[in-house]
Design a binder for this molecule. Structure first.
Ligand code: AMP
Length: 288
């Protein structure tokens, strides 16, 4: 799976990328992270990028394109990758298209996290607070002033990518204002829909298989539990179980019989109870 995560600073790209990594066994390639590491290590690229990054500007395309070009060749990126923070401009997107073509790699999708700009400052402030609470160093560019500049740069240079990828039928837009959990679920759902990720259906099939195996191993439990099921839909569970296993079929049939008997008893009982209600009884007695 090869993806791009698109969204303004603070839209949750990093968080969602981590989750995609855990779920799909791919790597997250964040140009921001790589550049910060280069700055920390004092490499020539780091020295070149340091001041640009601190002011919220963009590092020259040539540098980031080269970083990505080398990085996606490494063995851990074979199973796939998520690009986070790259491409950030149309020329970077064109360069990426070129280099993927050269390397015979196909991009599956571009996931755009759409958020209200008004929420971004609060999010970035929260991120800085949490980083401080963990005792880690806060990013130099996570300040309101720099964020404003980064947002302006996103609007003018990165947002045109939405049109770029939409035209190429790669764009999938997700509401980034939902909870982290909901955004993750939505991304999973759309990636599954385009056939880029194992989705719920596959996971459900797996758990259904596990459930069926369990019920086949414990027919007594099935029989015991079934009469307690609501009499309204007695056959529902049994029918799906029937489809799954012959052992479950037998248990389901027995359960249906028990439920039928039980509901008949309930019906008869309620008729009797109706006839012998206190009011009628008093009337009958008064008549007599
Ligand atoms: P990020 O962690 O993605 O917010 O990136 C932090 C900073 O790294 C940005 O504000 C830029 O200065 C620089 N940077 C990261 N990715 C790129 C890119 N694709 N092109 C240019 N500069 C980048």
């Amino acid at each position: 799976m090869r993806l791009i995560l698109l969204g303004p600073p603070g839209s949750g790209k990093g968080t969602q990328a981590q989750r995609l990594v855990e779920r799909n066994g791919i790597v997250q390639l964040s140009t921001g992270e790589m550049l910060r590491a280069a700055v920390a290590a004092g490499t020539p690229v780091g020295l070149q990028a340091k001041d640009i990054m601190a002011s919220g500007g963009l590092v020259p395309d040539e540098i980031v394109v080269n970083i990505i070009s080398d990085r996606i060749e490494l063995p851990d990126a074979k199973a796939g990758f998520i690009l986070d923070g790259f491409p950030r401009t149309v020329p970077q997107a064109e360069a990426l298209d070129e280099l993927l073509k050269r390397k015979h790699m196909k991009l599956d999708a571009v996931v755009e996290l759409r958020v209200n700009e008004s929420a971004l400052l609060a999010r970035v402030e929260k991120r800085a607070e949490e980083t401080r609470a963990r005792g880690e160093e806060v990013r130099l560019d996570d300040t309101p002033e720099v964020l404003t500049r980064r947002l302006a740069s996103y609007r003018s240079l990165t947002e045109p990518l939405i049109h770029y990828y939409s035209e190429r039928r790669k764009l999938l837009t997700v509401d980034g204002m939902m909870t982290i959990e909901e955004v993750t679920r939505e991304i999973g759902r759309i990636l599954h829909a385009i056939g880029a990720a194992p989705g719920k259906a596959a996971k459900k099939a797996g758990s259904a298989k596990r459930r069926a195996t369990k019920s086949a191993k414990k027919p007594a439990g099935t029989r015991k539990a079934a009469p307690k099921a609501p009499a309204k839909a007695p056959g529902k569970r049994a029918t799906s179980a029937t489809k799954r296993r012959p052992a479950a079929k037998k248990a389901a049939k027995a359960a249906r019989r028990v439920v039928k008997r039980a509901s008949e008893a309930v019906r008869k009982g309620s008729k009797k109870a109706g006839r012998g209600s206190a009011k009628k009884l008093t009337k009958r007695r008064a008549k007599a």
